[in-house]
Design a protein around this ligand. Structure first.
Ligand code: SF4
Length: 714
């Protein structure tokens, strides 16, 4: 047991209509602990979750704040609907901070028990500020109203060991372990900018701590920089109506209706309960949407080796309910039990691997040309326990592999590694180097943007080529969907606030496959509605998956099937039933618009958030290399005929590629204009004063940022 550095008592606030009305502030520099009121103003304007996070973060930082400034905060909040147990996907915590990768606010949506248990312990939100001079852990005892800050030097670094140790430390017995959740990162966090946070939940059937990740943007790096080794919350007594909701019978009714749909339909549709999100790997490959070999192509015949069938039959434990919060009947949090680790510090041990999720199979598999389930699961395990965002890692290694194949890197520069696509052993070796802060791992851990700068400066890479193939925007790496043939998805990635993560908008099927949004105006409307709709999940504590991954077949007959109207109505009903505040879909969109525009202004306040920051790398828009063009020659040639009335037979390959580049680039510019106009922003991407007034977020400090920017633009 480490030395107790601070012992603080509080009276846990009673939750009413989804809110405890209190937020917790801890400054780890001087171990100051304070309570703040969650005012009606805050609830009305920012709802909860990411809204609360951004509000607190805005008031904590200045335009000069950088990710490692002491005043930067990690803020987390579960949202007013978080923690209800009657509907699927209600345990999500939103975590925000100024990102080491982007220099602007990151928001990451994570499952596990921490957020709901934090709220039941009396806290709607939790701010962590300052920097400790020693490694500490913070323990919140929600039943006894106690917070302890403890010296944490003696505990292991890697997540699977640390979460296990802390869960055992604070549990009175085996039955008590489900009442504890740990937030921690891993040994890589002190070396890299892409470290993530693991949020634990104890699995009593397997008797292990399981994890969900707040993966994007380097949140683990920030926690490590603050010398916070772990956060632990304990709350015993989860039951159906701890949120003291306004109308429990409506919530029960909507919940039962949804559970029946899952029971009747999941096995016929996505098999979320058998394989989780990796169910889409084959479909993505068939539609040429699975990033393969650093997003050069969208699929490969070898994908069959990492198909859902393979993982279901050979790797993932079946027949267990794998929800990451109580009441989730979608239960997609699958895992591989008794997995034998073959490399690195845990070689020879058997572990439980959480995953692979789709992003893992794509990012650590296809995107590296690796179609080997054993290798993917091993990288999955090590990314998780070392605290590495596997999306950012998969992109950075994909970039370095392409540099190797293009002759920019060689064995001498990689420390003897033959870093070709498909070399899983080399990728694993670099992963261990990342955790040690050694060799090529020092570069790989910094992410694609800094890796680009490094190969340009040290290895003479052509800057245009490096820029074209490095899959990042705003400094954050792309999540794993190929958007070359979906203009709307190109915007869905690069016109985001935080960087290219598809939780804002996933429009590929609507756009590319079903051709439901053919015009610029249609795409702009979709890039207004869907980001706002999806933002709302992060305000309230919801998981997005139960919204649209399994749906009633009658949905296809509805006026706007992509919106899944029958599930949207569920959410409208639940919001009203929890909070007692009658809303409709328009008010839901308005809630998100307030927070979304606030976040855009926040970016501008930090010197970003403008048109110049919203451009994708050309690899995300069209073919960069001759090989890439030739691999899909028929399609690209036909597009020249259809789109530009050109005859490809009379053109050189270089001319054809140049024509594509000009057309695709101009088309993206027109999309930006249309989206900015629909969102109520100027051509430079700045929310107008009128827009802010209409949303009711024309606070003096917000207006000052916008007016200064608009004034500077003349
Ligand atoms: S659908 Fe999956 S990720 Fe979402 S809450 Fe349920 S188990 Fe967790």
């Amino acid at each position: 047991m480490g030395t107790i550095l601070k012992d603080y008592s509080y009276s846990p606030a009673k939750i009413h209509r989804g809110y405890s009305g209190k937020s917790l502030y801890i400054n780890v520099s001087d171990l100051r602990i304070e309570q703040k009121e969650i005012t009606d103003f805050l609830k009305e304007k920012f709802t909860g979750g990411k809204g609360f996070d951004l509000w607190y973060l805005w008031h904590a930082v200045t335009p000069e704040t950088r990710w490692d400034s002491p005043e930067n905060e990690i803020v987390m909040s579960v949202g007013p609907l978080g923690g209800i147990t009657q509907y699927s996907g209600t345990g999500k915590t939103l975590v925000c901070s100024i990102s080491p990768l982007t220099g602007i606010p990151i928001d990451s949506n994570v499952g596990g028990y921490f957020g709901p248990l934090l709220k039941f312990s009396g806290w709607d939100a939790f701010e962590l500020q300052g920097k400790s001079d020693k490694e500490i852990l913070i323990f919140i005892d929600g039943n006894n109203g106690r917070i302890q800050i403890e010296d944490a030097a003696e505990y292991p670094e890697d997540s699977h060991l640390l979460a296990e140790a802390l869960t055992r430390k604070y549990a009175e017995n085996e039955d008590d372990m489900v009442n504890i959740s740990v937030v921690c990162t891993g040994s890589a966090a002190k070396h890299i900018h892409m470290s993530m946070l693991n949020f634990s939940f104890y699995d009593p059937r397997r008797k292990v701590c399981r994890f969900k990740q707040a993966a994007r943007g380097g949140l683990g790096t920030i926690m490590q920089d603050k010398h916070i080794k772990a956060l632990v919350v304990k709350y015993r007594g989860v039951k159906p109506n701890l949120n003291d909701v306004a109308d429990i019978s409506t919530i029960n009714k909507v919940g039962v209706k949804y559970h029946k749909e899952m029971h009747d339909l999941d096995h016929k549709q996505n098999k979320m309960r058998q394989i989780g999100t990796a169910n889409t790997v084959m479909i993505m490959s068939q539609y040429d949407l699975l990033p393969t070999r650093n997003f050069q192509t969208g699929g490969d015949p070898e994908t069959v080796k990492i198909s859902p069938k393979v993982f279901i039959e050979e790797w993932l434990t079946q027949g267990l309910h794998d929800g990451c919060w109580y009441g989730c009947t979608m239960a997609c949090a699958k895992c591989a039990d008794h997995f034998l680790v073959t490399t690195g510090p845990y070689a020879g041990q058997r572990v439980t691997v959480d995953g692979p999720e789709y992003e893992c199979a794509a990012g650590l598999g296809a995107n590296l040309g690796v179609f080997d389930p054993q290798a993917i699961l091993e990288e999955n395990f090590y990314c998780d326990t070392y605290g590495i965002d596997l999306i950012s890692y998969g992109n950075t290694i994909g970039f370095l592999m392409e540099c190797y194949e293009a002759g920019i890197l060689d064995r001498e520069k990689t420390g003897g590694l033959e870093l070709t696509f498909g070399n899983a052993a080399a990728s694993l070796e670099i992963l261990h180097q990342v955790a040690q802060g050694e060799g090529l791992g020092k570069i790989a851990g910094l992410g694609v943007r800094k890796a680009k700068a490094y190969v340009i400066e040290h290895f003479g890479a052509d800057p245009q080529f490096a820029q074209d193939i490095g899959m990042e925007n705003k400094g954050m790496e792309y999540s794993m969907y190929m958007g070359k043939e979906s203009l709307a998805q190109q915007g869905g990635y690069a016109l985001t606030n935080k960087g290219p993560q598809h939780d804002e908008a996933w429009l590929i099927f609507m756009d590319q496959v079903n051709n439901q949004i053919p015009t610029f105006e249609d795409k702009a409307e979709a890039l207004h509605y869907f980001p706002m709709w999806r933002t709302w999940f992060g305000l309230c504590g919801f998981c997005k998956l139960p919204w649209n991954d399994v749906v009633d077949p009658k949905n296809s007959k509805s006026a706007e099937p992509a919106k899944i109207p029958h599930h949207v109505q569920n959410y409208v009903d639940i919001f009203s039933a929890v909070t007692g505040r009658e809303v409709d879909i328009n008010e839901i969109i308005a809630m998100s618009e307030r927070v979304y525009n606030f976040q855009r202004v926040f970016n501008i306040r930090l010197g970003k958030g403008l048109r110049e920051h919203d451009y994708p790398p050309y690899r995300g828009v069209g073919p960069v290399t001759e090989e890439e063009y030739e691999s899909r020659k028929e399609r690209y040639d036909q597009q020249l005929r259809d789109w530009l009335r050109l005859d490809p037979n009379t053109m050189t390959l270089q001319e054809k590629m140049a024509a594509h580049r000009q057309y695709r680039t101009e088309r993206y510019e027109r999309l930006m204009d249309a989206v900015y106009e629909r969102r109520g922003w100027t051509r430079n991407g700045v929310p107008t004063v009128e827009k802010l007034k209409a949303l009711g977020i024309d606070f003096p400090d917000v207006l000052a940022v916008v007016e200064q920017k608009l004034g500077a633009e003349g």
